[in-house]
Design a protein around this ligand. Structure first.
Ligand SMILES: *Cc1c(COP(=O)(O)O)cnc(C)c1O
Length: 243
């Protein structure tokens, strides 16, 4: 993690204004589509931003944060042991790191294989009753992206349902064209359809749809998102990742 030499009051103020602007966009999108604004939760994606940026966002009431990189996320949790923070794991997790995330996030959005789920369950600390997860769907069928293919989703969900101490709460996607909201919209609609049919098939509630980022969060909310993951429009551009 980059150590920065402090945010000025003006920078904190600007962050608060950007956060408020994103909240307004989500509320408007919910209203436009006849949904309750309370049905949509904003995850502030703080990856590659310093702990201080998280603290600044907390000053404006934000408590839900999303992180992508395991080591970085665990370091931030250690630096900010505040139990009011709800950490979400939204990045792809390599199998050999699955043991490090289990039980350490309120929700893991990126489960896309039975192996990953099995490690999460096996390595769940005794002190944590259950790990909530989302299944990540490769909604555009893009070879370079992680996520389970639509075709394999029902079988994966059924297999994971049989694993004790994991709770499938819904689906997550990262569609193609995430910088063009209208182009992303059909993929969001498709994820909701997949959720609806999986819910019927498994006969369990799958309330969560994690979809939408800075460029397309309104469309995601209009198509049913319950968790939107916004980084850039809150924290500004991300510093480059150090290897
Ligand atoms: C980085 C990231 C985001 C946030 O993207 P922005 O365009 O900065 O809002 C959302 N979801 C995932 C999975 C990410 O990796």
């Amino acid at each position: 993690m980059e150590t920065v030499s402090g945010m000025s009051p003006a920078e904190k103020e600007a962050l608060g204004e950007r956060l408020e602007a994103v909240r307004d966009r989500l509320v408007r999108a919910a209203r436009v589509s006849g949904r309750s604004p309370d049905a949509v939760r904003l995850i502030a994606v703080s990856k590659l931003h310093p702990v201080e940026a998280i603290v600044a966002a907390m000053g404006f009431g934000q408590r839900l944060f999303g992180e992508n990189y395991v080591q970085e996320a665990l370091a931030k949790q250690k630096a900010l042991p505040d139990p009011s923070i709800e950490w979400h794991c939204i990045g792809h997790v390599q199998l050999n790191k699955a043991k490090d995330v289990s039980g350490r996030f309120a929700l893991i959005h990126t489960v896309d294989s039975l192996k990953f789920a099995e490690v999460l369950a096996r390595r769940l600390p005794e002190t944590v009753r259950r790990q909530s997860i989302l299944l990540q769907v490769n909604i555009g069928n893009e070879p370079q992206k992680s996520g389970v293919n639509e075709r394999d989703l029902p079988a994966l969900a059924e297999a994971i349902l049989a694993i004790p101490r994991l709770r499938i709460c819904g689906l997550m996607c990262l569609p193609p064209f995430f910088d063009d909201g209208e182009a992303a919209r059909p993929y969001f609609a498709r994820l909701r359809e997949l959720r609806d049919s999986l819910q019927t098939r498994l006969d369990i509630p799958l309330p969560e749809l994690s979809m939408g980022m800075s460029g397309d969060c309104e469309q995601a909310v209009e198509e049913g998102a319950t968790l939107v993951r916004v980084g850039t429009d809150i924290f500004g551009p991300r510093p480059a990742r150090q290897a």
